[in-house]
Design a protein around this ligand. Structure first.
Ligand SMILES: [Zn+2]
Length: 125
C-alpha cells in the first residue's frame, strides 16, 4: 500500500539493534507486539530457530497473540532486502516486518508489508 507508515518506539528499536549485535554473526528473530498503533515490545523467537541462514520462521510456530502485528529479524550481511524465503513468510504472516542490517546502528533497518513492499517507519520517542 503506498503511503503506509508504521510506528515504532525508539527504545524498542534500540533494544532490537542491541539484540542483533549480540546474536551476530547469527541471525536474530522475534515477533513484534503493537499497542495503540505503535510497536512496543519484542518476543524473541525460540533459540532453535536461529542460524546463519534465513527461513527460520515456520508458520506452525506463530504465536496465538492478537497484539503481535509483525516480525523482526537481522541480516548479518547488511543486505536490507527480503530474501525469497522472507517474502514467502511475510505473505503467510501478514502485518509488517523489520529487517535489521549489520552493523546495526539505529538507521540500519528497513520495513516491509506482507507483500514485500517497503513501508515508511516513524520512530516514536
Ligand atoms: Zn531475511
Amino acid at each position: 500500500m503506498p503511503g503506509t507508515k508504521i510506528r515504532i518506539r525508539r527504545e524498542l528499536l534500540e533494544y532490537l539493534m542491541e539484540l542483533a549485535r549480540e546474536f551476530y554473526p547469527n541471525e536474530f528473530a522475534g515477533f513484534l507486539r503493537e499497542r495503540d498503533g505503535v510497536f512496543e515490545e519484542v518476543l524473541i523467537a525460540p533459540a532453535g530457530h536461529f542460524g546463519r541462514t534465513s527461513a527460520f520462521f515456520n508458520t506452525w510456530m506463530l504465536p496465538l497473540d492478537e497484539s503481535i502485528k509483525g516480525t523482526v529479524h537481522s541480516h548479518p550481511d547488511n543486505v536490507l532486502i527480503p530474501s525469497p524465503a522472507d517474502r514467502w513468510f511475510f505473505s503467510k504472516f501478514g502485518g509488517f516486518h523489520l529487517i535489521l542490517g549489520y552493523p546495526f546502528g539505529l538507521g540500519d533497518f528497513a520495513a516491509y508489508d506482507s507483500d514485500g513492499n517497503p513501508v515508511e517507519v516513524e520512530i516514536v520517542p
